[in-house]
Design a binder for this molecule. Structure first.
Ligand SMILES: Cc1cc2nc3c(=O)[nH]c(=O)nc-3n(C[C@H](O)[C@H](O)[C@H](O)COP(=O)(O)OP(=O)(O)OC[C@H]3O[C@@H](n4cnc5c(N)ncnc54)[C@H](O)[C@@H]3O)c2cc1C
Length: 383
């Protein structure tokens, strides 16, 4: 019997394991071996403040690159097009909206924070099965071991075994679009501006990665991306230069392009029966408006708050933590899910009134200070 088991070694799992162990619980962390996560994450200032406050990273400048502007260009050939819109962090009295971090570097930094915690044991295996009983959960692991604990944290991603076996209800929806991701070298520097070209099938986004480097996230129909990828590096580079309207001159691929299938996932509640879900085990969206990991880190921050609010010496503390956590997370999960879903669908709509509404919305964002502030608060995850 241990106090808590954290399942999953992605970024939210690593951060959650630190939070649970720091609360003083004897913690087992299941971290199966996997390939390095070659993506990057744009994290907004509140998330970065959480990471530095929790000691998960030191100086952000030693891990990532600041994002000072967000520029949105309507590159569609639609009848009603939106105006170009620029958000500048200085307009909101900030030196940056956030930072762009390589996930591999975040992972190394989170790992270093785990290393000093004597009450945290890491097992390199997966969860096979979980059963909820009166005194807590019984877990069967792929290495043949069994564990039991009053508190289980599911951080095991979109296909979460914890979510499935603990009986959480989830709504899922798959898209025909996917995201193509790679690192690019640009002829001209991109500075601190994240730039989104909005095409009919989805945005083509360049995120600053320092100097003349950028991280590409291109969302388009799966078949379009597949055939572009099959064309090879040279053809891809030429296509990227064209899609970025040659604003940065010639483009070179610095890494291989990887494709991620897109879907949405939402749970009705994020905690029940001594089990809590964090990160993509609880919510997944298309990578639009950089919300996924930002929301996952807010999950971890609220889990830490629940652990501080509940009496962890009391019998059945796991159920008290899961109930408190479910209440804390409800509004943020609903709000962010609706925001990303609306954004994604409005970007892709071929329906004329929807195009008009979107163009009008972007005009309003361009011109109305109150709306810009509201959009800023939502995007930053200000609560
Ligand atoms: C192309 C792309 C770009 C993105 N860009 C951004 C961005 O700029 N900003 C942002 O905030 N978000 C972004 N996101 C979202 C972000 O990457 C995810 O929200 C985040 O990585 C999810 O982390 P996680 O730890 O919840 O899940 P995962 O990274 O999927 O980790 C799950 C872990 O659980 C483990 N696991 C699975 N099954 C089991 C089991 N049975 N037992 C034990 N362990 C198990 C896996 O091995 C893995 O280690 C992006 C997503 C994509 C696809």
């Amino acid at each position: 019997m241990t106090d808590a088991v954290v399942v999953g070694g992605g970024l939210t799992g690593l951060a959650a394991a630190v939070a649970v162990a720091r609360a003083g619980l004897e913690t087992v962390h299941l971290v199966p071996k996997g390939p390095p996560d070659r993506r990057t994450s744009a994290l907004m200032l509140p998330s970065v403040e959480y990471l530095t406050g929790a000691g998960l990273i030191g100086d952000p400048a030693s891990v990532g690159h600041p994002l000072t502007q967000i520029r949105i260009i309507d590159a569609t050939r639609r009848l009603i097009r939106a105006p170009e819109t620029l958000f500048d962090s200085a307009e909101f009295g900030m030196s940056a909206f956030g930072w762009n971090f390589p996930n591999v570097k975040l992972s190394e930094s989170f790992d270093a924070a785990r290393a000093g915690l004597a009450n945290l044991t890491t097992l390199e295996t997966t969860l096979d099965d979980l059963e909820i009983g009166a005194g807590g959960a019984a877990l069967r692991l792929a290495n043949g071991d069994t564990l039991s604990a009053p508190l289980v944290v599911g951080a095991d991603g979109k296909k979460s075994r914890v979510r499935e076996t603990a009986g959480f209800r989830a709504r899922e929806h798959g898209f025909t679009q996917a995201a193509l991701v790679c690192d690019l070298g640009l002829e001209r520097p991109i500075g601190g501006t994240s730039i989104e070209f909005h095409y009919e099938n989805g945005p083509f986004t360049l995120v600053p990665a320092g100097g003349n480097r950028a991280n590409l996230v291109w969302i388009d129909d799966r078949e379009v991306l597949k055939s572009a990828q099959e064309g090879g590096k040279e053809k891809l580079a030429a296509l990227f230069a064209e899609k970025s309207q040659r604003l940065f001159g010639a483009i070179e691929l610095l890494t291989q392009a990887h494709m991620f299938l897109l879907s949405t996932l939402a749970v009705d509640v994020a905690g029940q029966d001594g089990v809590v879900l964090v990160g993509e085990a609880a919510h997944a969206f298309p990578p639009i408006g950089a919300q996924g990991l930002n929301l996952g880190l807010r999950d971890v921050a609220d889990l830490a708050a629940s652990l501080a609010a509940v009496d962890l010496e009391a019998p059945g503390f796991g159920r008290a933590v899961s109930a408190d956590y479910a209440t804390r997370r409800a509004a943020d999960l609903a709000r962010t899910g609706t925001m990303v879903d609306t954004l994604f669908r409005s970007l892709l709509s071929d329906f004329l009134p929807a195009q008009a509404a979107r163009a009008t919305g972007l005009w309003a964002l361009k011109l109305v200070p109150g709306l810009r502030k509201a959009a800023f608060d939502t995007g930053m995850g200000v609560r």
